[in-house]
Structures are given as C-alpha cells and as structure tokens.
Design a protein around this ligand. Structure first.
Ligand code: PMP
Length: 406
C-alpha cells in the first residue's frame, strides 16, 4: 500500500470524538459534548422553513456560488450588523460550519513551521487543524477574564524575528472550554498588538449570543467585537477575521457558519473552499435563510439563553454544595461550558476512570492543551442534559472524587 501523507502517518483523532464510545453505554450522563439541547431545537420553525425552501424553486437543489446563496449572505450580514459590526453580504463567506472557516484560513495562511498564537486552554479542533498544517503553536495563557494580553505582549517582545506570528486564535465570548468573556481593555490591547505586530486575529464567536442575564435580571450589553475594534483602527485592512455559526443557536445539523473578512483574504478562502466542497449545501443554506427571515430566531435564542442559564446554575450550585474545596469553578456569563479545576492530589486519569465507571462523562482538561501534560481540570458542558440529570451527574462526580481521594 502506498504511504500516507506524513501528517496522517500516525494521526491522533479528536480527543472529544474519541469519547463517543462511552456515550453509548447505558445510563451514562454526558457533560462532555458541546451539543445544544435537543429540547431547544425549534423543529416546528425549521420544518416550516424547510417546506418554504423546497417550494422556492430549483435553487435549493442546485449547486450555488461558493460564496453562498445571496439570500443567506444578506440575512447573515444583517445578523452580524446586529452584533454591532459593519458587514455587507459581499464581505461574507458562507461556510460548512465555522469549523470549515478556520480550516480555510489555515490553508490560506499557514505554511509548515509558521507561528500561530492560540489561547489556552483551547478548542481542540483548532489545535488539530494547526497540527495537521504543521504550524508552530505558541500558547497564550488565559485567566478568568480571557486571554492575558500582558502575557501576550511579553511573549511578542521576546520572539525572534523569524518566529513572528501569522495569526492568533481566540474565542472572546464564553470561550470553549473556559467559558470566559474577554475583558474590554484586553479587547483593545489585543487588536492594538495585532495591528502593531502585523498578525491576523481569528475571532471565533459561536457562543456570543448565548449570554446570561445579570443577577438583577437585566441583559448585559453585548461586548464590542474585536472585528469592530479592528474597523476602528482605520487601517486599509482590518486584521480581525470574524467567524460565527448557526450551530449553537439554531441547529448544528444545518452545518452553516460564516466568515467576515476583508476582500483579499476572503477571496483566497473562497478559492480554497472551491476545492473542499464547491459550496455549502444550498438546501441547508435555503432552510437557514428562510428560518432567519421567518422572524423566529430572536425568540429561539432567548429561550436558549434562559434555559442554559438555569442549567449552568444547577451545575455550579451542585459543585459548590457537593464538591466544595475539592473542585473549583467560576460561573460563566454565557455559553455552554464550565471549566472546573481540582486539587493536585487527585490524579486526572484516575478521576476520569472513576467518573466513567459511575456513568458520568466529561472532557479531561488535557484535551485543550497543545502539549500533553497532567492537567487538573475538566470541561463540563451543561447544555445538553436537563437539570435533574445535571444534579445526578454532580452526585456521581462527587462519588468519583471521593473514591480517588482515598
Ligand atoms: N468554534 C468553537 C469554539 C466551537 O466550540 C465549535 C463547535 N464545538 C466550532 C467552532 C465549530 O462549530 P460549527 O462547525 O458547528 O459551526
């Protein structure tokens, strides 16, 4: 048999997808996947949109332009403007999930050995895409206010010229896995650093709309997008590329994401996409466009925000009452994830094995770091299980912790 390409000779699969076999074990409660809650899918609204898409003429069944269907690009541009950014349909590429958008950027920008800055802990699929591209991954630490821009500035100062970074990847809103919201001053600092050091910033934002209400019941204002700050630089090219997705708010099965970027970069990503899939499924695009035009989207998002907040509170309160002093987490202000750290005296692998044997699943912290190391943390997703299941999962986790502390 002819040899595989070097990067696929000994490939490591996605650490999250490798947990799938555990999921099928009867009675397992999963806090592992970043899956939206099935009870929040607006199946009725999507069925109406699907019927409308099918009766809209042959467009939905034909190939379309790689950039995307005009109706969807318009709807997504309007959506992006509502998030405070300047966006026109022409500046926007429809992608097959936002996952594809990042992959296209890597194809277009990264050569083997190029330096890429990544906030850590990081979304594993980003690390995987960069590894396969043979990028040199430079981790930038985070704290509870997101990526640490002071540490980034220092890192950049000490970097030899030959290792100047091409791009930086961040999830500023309710990051995966830490759940953090990037502080306002850090947003400014990050965009300034990108401008002065000449690297692209990939602002990956699938969770921004899933923000939780404040303690007084008010909805916090949407944080300023890095892309908007990039526009304010007034430079010829905005260094920020904005990515988002309908996966977390409408349905991941649509596989509809989008990229907002300046012309030259967008054009190259479009060319890269031509060889990947010609175009994102026009049927899925038409259903998405009809759904967004139907006016049901805001209520769907509102329902998700309220329900995820309830589930997050159940998880965080459960941890506080049953794992006090042993497992620590900061309640996130939105999104789908709680990052929980645990005592150094607890062995991460032993805890994972004990948790699985007690039928509760989470993603071990090491999945989110570029180098394999002992990480005394785990990502707990509260999005898919209902509140009673979350409560049961925390009880099981507490038993697992008690078992391995002995
Ligand atoms: N970025 C982040 C941070 C994510 O968590 C995910 C999904 N887990 C994606 C991108 C990809 O989402 P999709 O391709 O479904 O749009």
């Amino acid at each position: 048999m002819p040899a595989f390409a070097a990067m696929f000779a000994q490939p490591a699969g996605s650490p999250i997808r490798e947990l799938f076999p555990y999921l099928s074990q009867p009675g397992m409660i999963s806090l592992a996947g970043g899956y939206p809650s099935p009870s929040l899918f607006d199946a009725e609204g999507l069925a109406l949109a699907a019927t409308q898409a099918m009766s809209s003429g042959p467009q939905a069944l034909q190939y379309c332009a790689t950039e995307g269907l005009p109706a969807l690009r318009e709807a997504l541009a309007a959506q992006t403007r509502e998030r405070g950014m300047q966006a026109s349909a022409e500046q926007l590429l429809v992608t097959t999930g936002s996952q594809q958008a990042f992959d296209l950027l890597v194809r277009v920008l990264i050569e083997p050995g190029d330096t890429v800055l990544v906030e850590v802990p990081a979304y594993p699929a980003t690390l995987q895409a960069l590894r396969l591209a043979q990028a040199r991954i430079l981790p930038v630490p985070m704290d509870e206010h997101g990526l640490q821009t002071d540490a980034l500035a220092e890192l950049l100062r000490d970097l030899p010229l030959a290792q100047r970074p091409k791009l930086l990847y961040t999830v500023p809103n309710f990051s995966n896995p830490r759940g953090t919201l990037l502080a306002a001053q850090r947003r400014e600092a990050l965009v300034q650093l990108a401008s002065s050091h000449g690297f692209w910033v990939v602002e990956d934002d699938p969770y921004g709309e899933l923000c939780f209400d404040a303690a007084d019941g008010s909805t916090p204002p949407m944080p300023t997008a890095l892309r908007t700050l990039g526009d304010r630089l007034g430079a010829a090219v905005n260094p920020v590329v904005y990515l988002s997705s309908l996966s977390k708010t409408v349905a991941p099965a649509l596989r509809v994401g989008w990229m907002l970027a300046d012309g030259e970069l967008l054009r190259r990503c479009t060319i890269a996409k031509q060889t990947v899939d010609l175009c994102t499924s026009p049927l899925a695009q038409m259903v998405s466009a009809c759904y967004l035009q139907s006016g049901r989207y805001p209520a769907t998002v509102q329902r998700a925000r309220a329900e995820y907040q309830r589930r997050m509170q159940a998880l965080v309160q459960g941890i506080a009452s049953q794992l006090d002093g042993l497992v620590h987490c900061t309640p996130p202000a939105g999104g789908m994830f709680v990052w929980a750290t645990f005592a150094q005296s607890i062995d991460p692998q032993a805890l994972f094995d004990a948790a699985v044997s007690r039928q509760v699943l989470y993603v071990p912290g090491k999945a989110f770091f570029p180098e394999s190391a002992q990480v005394h943390a785990m990502r707990l997703s509260f999005a898919a299980p209902e509140v009673p299941q979350i409560e049961q999962a925390v009880q099981r986790l507490a038993q697992a912790v008690a078992q391995v502390r002995r």
